[in-house]
Design a protein around this ligand. Structure first.
Ligand code: SF4
Length: 269
């Protein structure tokens, strides 16, 4: 679902969003409930605003009462720019305009995408690749082969996992993938949001759950993201063993919590 619960203090009850869902998406999730000063726009029970046009529903709200989840606390409109691109939702390849955050061009797999058995087999065999097309190189400007051979896991970051625990609404999601043959770091990325203050550093540490540990990989900070620099050294034998044992963790420091605001243990399946 794209929308957050709406900001009722901004809503002027113009009912554009309701008409849009009735007449354009024809899904009718929204209604105006209660009377007078108690009127509120809401989704019908059990019918979340989750149609293919829910992002457009946000767009047509004249006062910003409906807010896109992907935008909330992540960006400001003056950090956004429009770019011509190609829709990936089906094989038709329609030209579309995407709004992206300046300096953080990203491409994401659409929600609900699943690999077929044949595609999963191809992934494990290293036969899938990701590429990026540009107007200058319409057949693809950069390409990278996906490998199913890496060892790694995910980490969900929170203040509760810090030592000592930190009270914060910030959260993060990290991925660490290592080449089992060479222990080279293939992917190390953490995305985060909701920090109490500006991020100052992010690292991969070695330490068991509930225990602090030393930094083994300093990450390069971006906007709500930190990644391992291309020059990051391979994990040592001890560090690789710690990864397998679940004794590596990501954290993110902020000016409000210089010792670390959120932390997440890497869980290797
Ligand atoms: S479009 Fe925005 S302002 Fe108008 S009723 Fe919907 S939420 Fe309220």
């Amino acid at each position: 679902m794209h929308c957050t619960p709406f900001d009722g203090e901004r809503c002027i009850k113009c009912t554009r969003c309701i008409r849009f869902c009735d007449e354009v998406s024809r899904t009718g999730e929204l209604g105006l409930f209660d009377r007078g000063g108690h009127s509120i726009v809401a989704a019908f029970p059990g019918k979340p605003l989750d149609n293919a046009y829910s992002g457009n529903t946000v767009d047509i709200c004249p006062v910003g009462a409906l807010i896109d989840k992907n935008f909330l606390y992540q960006a400001r409109v003056w950090f956004a720019e429009r770019k011509e691109t190609v829709c990936t939702s089906c094989s038709r390849g329609c030209n579309v305009t995407a709004t992206v955050q300046i300096g953080t061009d990203t491409a994401v797999i659409p929600d609900g995408t699943t690999l077929t058995d044949a595609q999963y087999t191809a992934f494990l065999a290293g036969d899938l690749y990701v590429n990026v097309h540009t107007l200058a190189n319409s057949n693809g400007e950069i390409r990278g082969q996906l490998t199913g051979q890496g060892v790694g896991g995910l980490a969900l970051l929170s203040g509760a996992q810090e030592t000592p625990a930190v009270s914060t609404s910030a959260s993060g999601l990290a991925t660490l993938v290592v080449d089992p043959a060479t222990s080279d770091i293939m992917i190390a990325v953490v995305t985060f949001s909701g920090l109490s203050a500006n991020a100052t550093a992010s690292h991969i540490h070695q330490g068991a759950t509930g225990a602090p540990g030393g930094v083994i990989v300093p990450l390069t900070l971006g906007t709500n993201i930190a990644t391992a620099p291309p020059t990051a050294a391979a994990l040592s034998t001890t560090q690789f063993a710690a990864l397998i044992a679940g004794n590596l963790y990501f954290n993110v420091h902020s000016t409000a919590h210089t010792g670390g605001e959120i932390r997440g243990q890497v869980r290797v399946p």
